[in-house]
Design a binder for this molecule. Sequence first.
Ligand code: ZN
Length: 215
Amino acid sequence: MTGTNLAQSGRIVAPYVTATAAEQDLKCSLVVRPGSLGIGYAQELPGDRDHLGVLWQKVAERPEEGKPEFARVHPARQRRAMYELLCQVCAGPADQTSDGVLWLLRDHREDWPRWPEGMASVEPPVCARCVAISLKRCPALQRGAVAVRVRSFAIVGVRGTLYRPGMFAPTPIAASELDYGNPQIRWLVAVALIRKLRGCSFVPFDELRDAMDVK
Ligand SMILES: [Zn+2]
């Protein structure tokens, strides 16, 4: 399986979306596009933009090399997992039933009464087996996370770095999350795709654990 962080034994050593130390940002000169129509790469390729024309951060893709850096998410793999609804851990299909697609989220039920209803998420979904394995390996997760079925998960925008025209080259001004409909998105270099989660219902962990029969 190319593109997954698998050790030779076939065991998952890091989630699919986790970047490794060998996967650094590629140096690409940013330029203001003619007519101040936003930013682009000096030597831009068609694959540098997504299906809606937004520019993405270019990062080396060598998941088999270097140590996993668990705090870093690989932009291309996050985008692929989120866009195709792949499990963010194993890159297989995310779990889906008639109640929706499965997400594992940090528990923020205190944030608002019907959390996570309407939440904008950069976390791709998961498969039930990877939830079960994670719970087995990390009991703390059971107290700090929730499994949620999501009926509607529209792609709404991206997270990234917003730029403005500078003296010599575009200048970064802020980390930002923008909807695809926002004209400022032409000034952004994206690092993560955002879906809006609606029609959410909680799934007891026991249900997943039993369903998957993880030994
Ligand atoms: Zn999985």
